[in-house]
Design a protein around this ligand. Sequence first.
Ligand code: SF4
Length: 251
Amino acid sequence: MEIKKLSEEFETKTPQEIIEWAVGTFWPEIAMSSSFQTQSMPLLHMATSIKRGLPVFFIDTGYHFWETLMFREQVASEWKINVIDLYRDTRWDVFARQNTRTLPLEDPNLCCYLHKVQPMQKALQDIKAWISGIRRDQTAVRAHAKILELQDDGLLKVNPLLNWTKADVQRYTEEHHLPKHPLYEKGYRSVGCAPCTIAIGINDDERAGRWAGRGKVECGLHTTMFSKKNIAEAQVEFQTDAAKVEKLEHS
Ligand code: SF4
């Protein structure tokens, strides 16, 4: 399969056509990820309508808003979605408990690596294709993404909504009467973990409320951090003493 050529052809296809191709090619070794926020609903709606039982990975960092957890329960139940919760590896429990309050603020890159990147890396080991909901209009990093991205380890990342804009998401949401995250109307346009998300103005960039003022715009799932297979490789992105953390891993 010529991934590069296929990816270019998909630039003019609809998200539904791309999802149908991915499911038809890789089922049952395929899954999608979702953060269960308002902007996630269109892809979740499309993908789970096209393939009932499609595994949907939800990363439960332990830092979510209560509203996010309730919304995830409500949507999963009403749409009968096969949600699989992903958690931090237990080997980090001692370190994470000792640093629960400070870690997201003092070293968000390490926090995201332990709570999001590693759990997702582990979950993806058993599949061949990962459907993600990123869009080019969200961040500078995402602006350079491809619809099909073959990772070094052979995993194919599929980004069906890459060409969609915020307006496309709104249009689909309204046309299909999709539910909205309870915090959306309170100004939370993009909802992540509670310590790292603030409400924003109606005209601000969609992700302006994520890690606001901390020089961070991505959690690492869609950056080079995702290819780092252990703390030692990834520590260049951390601010704390990663060697100390690594020592804990082996204690
Ligand atoms: S978003 Fe914040 S709290 Fe959540 S894993 Fe990343 S740094 Fe930690």
